[in-house]
Design a protein around this ligand. Structure first.
Ligand code: NAP
Length: 327
């Protein structure tokens, strides 16, 4: 089968052995895969490793074979993959065995994948293959960040810097459906317009003065995954006693924090990462009942996965980027 791999410090399309389902596993013939910023970081983390690793955390496809003991799925079922490996029940933190699909295990940028049946969910019927293939990781992360950890409530104002991010496009939709007022920032005028079309109440320029732009707003909750470039600026526009949730650091992990301003402000800083299978299922119910549609900015064929990674690396997208594996 064709697979997009990282080996010896290089990215390439390669012929790999097709995997077969063992006890409790299924083989999925993938139709689409979804990109996440993590996929851009994996090569750097692996360095010169010699074993070929198939990249990719997100994907959707059709079950091609089932191993012994699998009763909940059958050949021909249309499924999406849950990339949050080994985290099934809700919990404050992921269990020890938690991993993200696509490193160290083989991921979704391939014609086939074998996984435990525990990691599959039925494809939401209202979604296209592209939409289904990009949903899980960003949708799950956004859902836990906004609801479980952020505790958003109706009527609150949520500020989301970096509107172009895949997770942000889910956050905008989820928060609006939850009855919140949603403000975003983006460096791009086109993305600001797209964010408003998607439902954001306001979209401000990331490069403007936020205290000035938001002087007439009371921000209850910030969800900031941009990292160093925006973290302290986000705190400046958060109301005293407000919550800031973080799960990403696109622009560097380390920030300087003025503790005195922080504790006088009585702020709450909340970390999160992906989510449990229970949260994934709650997110899928939410997507189904509110007919949420993932924003797919662009699709690339599998053999152009390097171009797709560069597109994401340069933050050109508004929303998600998908790989077409099989029509
Ligand atoms: N912990 C987890 O479980 C988890 C899960 C998912 C994602 N993440 C992390 O969360 C972050 C968001 O991921 P993503 O894939 O949704 O989006 P992404 O592709 O990392 O996009 C982030 C957005 O940040 C903004 N941005 C980038 N550079 C910037 C700069 N120098 N100044 C200001 N804004 C800048 C851009 O918004 P504009 O172009 O609109 O300005 C960009 O679209 C990533 O760091 C990712 O690794 C973590």
């Amino acid at each position: 089968m064709k697979a997009f791999v990282h080996e010896y410090g290089e990215l390439q399309l390669k012929e790999m052995d097709k995997p077969f389902a063992d006890h409790g596993q299924v083989t999925v013939a993938l139709k689409t895969a979804g990109l996440n910023r993590r996929d851009c970081a994996v090569p750097g983390r692996r360095g010169e490793k010699a074993d070929a690793l198939i990249l990719g955390s997100d994907g959707a496809g059709v079950i091609e074979s089932v191993g012994e003991g699998v009763t909940e799925f059958a050949v021909g079922d249309e499924v999406i993959i849950n990339p949050s490996l080994g985290w099934y029940e809700n919990s404050d933190v992921p269990p020890e065995q938690f991993e993200i699909l696509g490193m160290p295990d083989h991921g979704t940028f391939a014609e086939h994948i074998v996984l435990s049946a525990e990691q599959l969910e039925k494809k939401p019927a209202h979604l296209s293959w592209d939409e289904a293939g990009v949903l899980a990781l960003a949708g799950l992360t956004g859902y836990r960040a906004l609801f479980t950890r952020g505790g958003v409530t109706k009527g609150e104002t949520v500020f989301i810097p970096g509107a172009g991010s895949g997770v942000a496009t889910f956050l905008i939709q989820f928060a609006k459906q939850a009855g919140a007022r949603v403000i975003v920032s983006s460096r791009s005028a086109a993305k600001r317009e797209q964010a408003e079309e998607l439902g954001a109440d306001r979209a401000i320029d990331t490069n403007s003065s936020w205290p000035e732009a938001l002087a007439d707003e009371t921000v209850d909750l910030v969800i900031d995954s941009v990292g160093k470039a925006t973290f302290n600026r986000s705190l400046e526009v958060l109301k005293k006693g407000g919550r800031i949730v973080t799960f990403g650091a696109t622009t560097e992990d380390t920030v300087e924090l003025n503790l005195r301003s922080f504790f006088y402000g009585q702020y709450q800083l909340i970390g999160t990462t992906m989510g449990s299978r229970e949260e994934l299922r709650a997110m899928l119910d939410y997507v189904d009942s509110h007919q949420v549609q993932p924003v797919v900015d662009r699709t690339f064929p599998l053999h152009e996965a390097s171009d797709a990674l560069n597109y994401v690396k340069e933050s050109k997208q508004f929303g998600k980027v998908a790989l077409h594996i099989k029509e």
